[in-house]
Design a protein around this ligand. Structure first.
Ligand code: HAM
Length: 449
């Protein structure tokens, strides 16, 4: 930018900014800051996710945010909305194009193959959490950078895996007191899919001129997606469209019925949703989504989704290996928790504030701060302030329950004033054993709550 080039120092840049009234920078559309006040929701959801991983013996994996674009083209599929329209792809860093991951299953499978995980006892059970990027039209619950937490089981064909994944998701949401239902379908193996696509095209052919522009395109490129178009005029035809379940071959039909039998046995309520085909090409057989049911949730209500992807490992160059998994949309979970007015306890909430008057007391207060922190008490301070009133105001605004006040007299007497900010009562205690006393007070309070 020539304008900035001309300005060779900070002062000149500032002057130029003021001249052209340049606005302060803002986040990109569809991307959000997660502010300190929000963090307790994130901590809460991630803790629950990690607990689930531990209960069901999933091991943590982290993969890079950037991958070769070809990974997603070969797995999610070139003609899907995600790959054809929504990926953040860059070139110019070498010959290969690179992409900010739009989902994580492909990366997990890449890692499984790259690190020879087929040589360890199967199945390999992995979980992950982190940001993903899709250049979609932003709206409530739909972002361009969002976070997923997911579980993948690689190397096992049994329907028990499909069912256990659904059970895990169901328990996760139940535990969070979110009212979700499981939508389930089977999209068979490639053989049944060919048969089904033929039937679907036969049904849609006479209707083609009445469909939206995108669906006309889907008719040729990705006919399965005709079933989840959200345009009203296209939805009219979806109910009457042939159902995948009626076109499954014997093996796929047997597998799907087994999954449903298990779900019945485990009393997990589900809805057969023949329109659900998922927007990623790698799925085979069972696919499912967790959908928020209550009217309190007014928007994007698919809160988690997944399914079986038995061909993906081979498709990406590994040995033929069955697999299944699902991913939870963390932002959507947090929005839903807020909609039911759930507020997690702030585990990092500060209990104690140390106030000091005068230089001698300040030095002692700094030593005390370190001691209390070592004893794992949640303490805060504002040692830069001199006025006691300013320090008390600060503690008050932060909602801190106990303020320790240390002045010259207290230093001399080896005592400290403990002020309970809720009732305004204060007492002078001996400095020796202060951490024990504070722990007792905090414990007593927690019990009362
Ligand atoms: P997905 O359905 O594309 O599946 O995404 C999973 C979840 O991520 C969705 O159910 C939703 O909660 C959340 N999500 C998707 N797009 C957005 C968005 N733009 N903003 C906010 N949240 C969003 C997958 O990504 C598969 N990899 C899931 C999977 C794992 N299949 C097998 N293993």
């Amino acid at each position: 930018m020539p304008r900035v080039k001309k300005a060779s120092n900070a002062k000149q840049i500032l002057e130029l900014d003021q001249k052209v009234k340049r606005k302060p920078p803002q986040t990109l559309k569809g991307m959000r800051d997660i502010l300190p006040s929000e963090q307790k929701y994130w901590d809460y959801v991630y803790t629950k996710l990690e607990e689930l991983a531990e209960i069901y013996s999933f091991e943590r994996i982290d993969t890079p945010i950037l991958e070769k674009s070809s990974l997603f083209e070969r797995s999610v599929g070139k003609d899907t909305d995600i790959v054809s329209k929504e990926m953040y792809t860059f070139s110019g860093y070498g010959k290969k194009k690179i992409t900010l991951r739009p989902e994580m299953t492909a990366s997990i499978v890449r890692a499984y193959i790259e690190h020879g995980m087929s040589n360890v006892p199967q199945p390999v059970k992995l979980y992950y959490e982190g940001p993903v990027f899709r250049h979609e039209k932003p709206q409530s619950g739909r972002y361009r950078q969002f976070h997923q937490g997911g579980f993948e089981v690689i190397g096992e064909n049994s329907v028990a895996v499909d069912v256990q994944l659904i059970l895990m998701g169901y328990k996760f949401f139940k535990n969070l007191k979110l009212d979700v239902s499981v939508h389930i379908n089977s999209i068979g193996c490639p053989d049944c899919r060919n048969e089904y696509v033929k039937a679907l095209k036969k049904y849609y052919k006479p209707l083609k001129s009445k469909l939206c522009k995108t669906c006309k395109d889907r008719f040729n490129k990705n006919p399965l997606r005709l079933l989840d178009c959200k345009e009203k005029k296209c939805q009219e035809y979806q109910d009457e469209a042939p159902k995948f379940m009626d076109h499954l071959d014997e093996a796929c039909s047997f597998q799907f019925n087994k999954v449903l039998e298990y779900l019945d046995e485990l009393k997990i309520p589900y809805k057969l949703n023949h329109k659900m085909v998922r927007g990623l090409d790698y799925y085979t057989r069972t696919v499912f989504e967790f959908v928020l049911e209550s009217k309190k949730h007014k928007r994007q209500n698919a809160i988690a989704a997944g399914g079986r992807y038995d061909l993906l490992v081979e498709q990406l160059g590994g040995k033929a290996t069955p697999a299944a998994g699902f991913a939870i949309g963390i932002e959507r979970v947090i929005l839903a928790l807020k909609e039911i007015e759930f507020e997690p306890k702030d585990e990092k909430k500060i209990d104690i504030f140390i106030a000091q008057i005068g230089d001698v007391a300040r030095r002692k207060a700094m030593v005390l701060f370190e001691k209390l922190r070592k004893k794992r008490l949640k303490v805060s301070e504002n040692f830069a302030k001199d006025s006691l009133k300013a320090q008390l105001d600060y503690a008050n605004k932060e909602g801190i329950r106990y303020v320790l006040i240390l002045g010259q007299q207290e230093v001399k007497d080896k005592t400290i004033i403990v002020r309970d900010m809720e009732g305004g009562v204060q007492e002078t205690l001996k400095m020796k054993g202060i951490s024990k006393e504070l722990k007792k007070m905090i414990k007593k309070n927690k019990k009362k709550k």
